[in-house]
Ligand binder design. Sequence first.
Ligand code: DC
Length: 225
Amino acid sequence: MEKINIAIDGPAGAGKSTIARLVANELDFVYVDTGAMYRAVTWSVLKADLRPDQEAEVVQVATRLDIRLVPGKDGQQVYVDGQEVTAAIRSAEVTGNVSRISQIPEVRRILTDKQKLLAADKGVVMDGRDIGSSVLPDAELKIFLTASVRIRAERRFKEIQDDRPEVTLEQLEQEIASRDRMDEQRETSPLVQAPDAVLLDTTEMSIAEVVERILELCRAKVGGK
Ligand code: DC
């Protein structure tokens, strides 16, 4: 297929990364998980014993960080300054702090610049919160994926049962609702559906159905040119 850029945005747990990775595989495009980039900065900040409110120091960390996203057979691997952090950036500590790090405008600017560069040659499926609205406003296809808070909590519950057996479904629902609020209410690039994005509510759709729908939309875009 002709190379285009595909932006996939939506709230936490809507299935963005799974769907984006599968769509990228089908099309032989590059998958870019921008949430992993915010997590990588957060992980480095915590490792340096800094707090999210030490903005100047956090920005310094984000500026000098070398973040690499490498496709692997079990999904995307994340490296920070050469160290593999794929699992470490999913820890509860990183998850609990990442919204605050991603509210810092200068951090967003630094990561947005990196993301634009990654997509410059087209053929990218990029997922996040502000891709269609701010990072790639010219993306040929924009998808806004959503699902009810309950179903998103249930999906995450299944995913993390081995790593965090103490967590209840109700706790996850609260965590997801509170992360949604922070992502929607921040001043810089809040989570918002771009006016030209296609809304897909996946509450009652299987992963395969969502992937097929996006591939159909791609074919329509490319064929329609
Ligand atoms: O998709 P995720 O849960 O890995 O994202 C982690 C956090 O990063 C989430 O709180 C929102 C933030 N984020 C963002 O602000 N902008 C993006 N483009 C991607 C993620």
